[in-house]
Design a protein around this ligand. Sequence first.
Ligand code: ATP
Ligand code: MG
Length: 603
Amino acid sequence: MTAGTTQPTRWPRISKDLQDFPVVPNLADYDAVCRAFSWDGARRALSGLPGGGLNIAHEAVDRHAAGPRAGHEALRFVRADGSTHSLSYRELAEQTSRFAAVLAQLGIGRTERVFSLMGRSPELYVAVLGTLKNGSVFCPLFSAFGPDPVRQRLQLGSGRVLVTTRALYRKKVARIRDALPDLTHVLLIDADGEPEPGTLDLAMLMAAAPGDAGIASTQGEDMALLHFTSGTTGTPKGAIHVHEAVTAHYATGLYALDLHPDDVYWCTADPGWVTGTSYGVIAPLVHGVTTVVDQEEMDADRWYRILAEQRVTVWYTAPTALRMLMKAGADRASGHDLSVLRFVASVGEPLNPEVVVWGREAFGQPVHDNWWQTETGGIMIANFAATEIRPGSMGRPLPGVEAALVQRDENGKPVIADGLPVLVAEPDAMGELALRAGWPSMFRGYLHEEERYRRCFAGGWYLTGDIAKRDADGYYWFVGRGDDVIKSSGHLIGPFEVESSLMEHQAVAQAGVIGVPDPVAGEVVKAFVELRNGWEPSEELRLDIIGFARKRLGAAVAPRMVEFTTALPRTRSGKILRRLLKARELGLPEGDTSTIETPQEAP
Ligand code: ATP
Ligand code: MG
């Protein structure tokens, strides 16, 4: 079977001139930094607990609160009306200690699970870090989940405590409470002295708790976080992470996000997903920077306003949000002063080259794609601030991360010989992306799924399930998830390449591409297309898009069928659910839809 076409090459590489940098980049010479790097060295940049051991919250908060940065603004919350409310490192240390003391008083011990179900309110950040200080395990849930996904996750994770709001409790938890015997305490952040039956008033408990309790003496290998995957390929899995992960949060914050002490950093990810915790809470705080938190949902004008008014210097967002901004038009950025913004990064889905380049029009910066998974706990492959971008490529492995591509057999299974994966050696060939096991934020298990966890590893490598290519210079190019790769007339076609080409058509805002069974070709490519503002579906436009794609990709790879849609099915973390497009197309069961974002709720 031959590989599909190569990645789009018509996008010129974007080189960087170090003279233009307002700060000295943390990674300027990729090879030199990689050679000098060791995880032990990164670990030594952290302080560790005074009596030995390691605790994420100590690295993120207390060590700053005990030093000259105590008064530095740690978190800046932007309310609906644009006004802000801040917490310094000192205040955050005190509040998180109070939260930890509340848990201790409630009898919640080490490794017991504390869940959250709420939006980006200050209490969420206090709860994440306070839970870690108590040595308990934090598991964030997306506040838009319905009662079923909430119940499933609380049951699976044996949640002892849930921190939530009155409205969310009434709507989603009260009636399933009987099905949650492990859930002994529900803490309402807005009880206002009158908790619901069966709940407690968090503010009252916090006020009575000491603000200077110590931190549990956790060790690096103690469980710290439980994160459910996005459910793009099936039922979400519960990935277990440990305190040692903070070493990777620190190193990736340094190199992949280029964080500097005076940065004002904004991560738009929802706290319900791993990005919202690893890079919405932990990494920036470990670096002692100021983190902006928008308490509202996405809105193009609001976002440009926040970037400008809060003087954001480093911005971490997602392709789906960038594509929505692009759909709204770069002119929405005009009139906003984004001159201090120096680095824009994106994660979660393949980032179409067109979006990378468009960033310059809207933000004055290209967008830097990076790749990782819930399982990897931190960024593994990235385009760095000071190194060349090849639009459409997710970049190169982080210092300390060893990546490889593993050959796949006719059935798409990784080829293993004598217990070792057989690696792809030649450039530009496809394989399953694998990472040498052992980086600090690697997941330590899938909750209650030991066998599934074991199956992810072969001969010391973690197999990611994603298909990629690597060019001769070591840049990785995402092809698709293993399950999404299309086999058509002897070609292996990655949906991302087809989607990116379609997006280059002036009418196309987003596209989702699947393989549909065909008696002759095996599978043929079908595209679902969302149009940009101002365009209407028509037969003429449909044929024009097909013709356009043929010219770019060739007849063997271009979609045979194009269907217009107003809202591609997406997960709440913004990923296109190709498996759902396919199931609907073929009239098959939809499978787990707990993480789907319903179209009417799309921002
Ligand atoms: P599930 O494992 O439940 O199916 P999921 O894989 O979508 O869900 P996450 O861990 O949130 O859950 O997402 C990681 C996946 O997202 C990666 O394996 C990859 O498929 C995709 N992804 C993340 N970043 C990128 C990127 N920069 N380019 C391409 N794909 C990306
Ligand atoms: Mg996954």
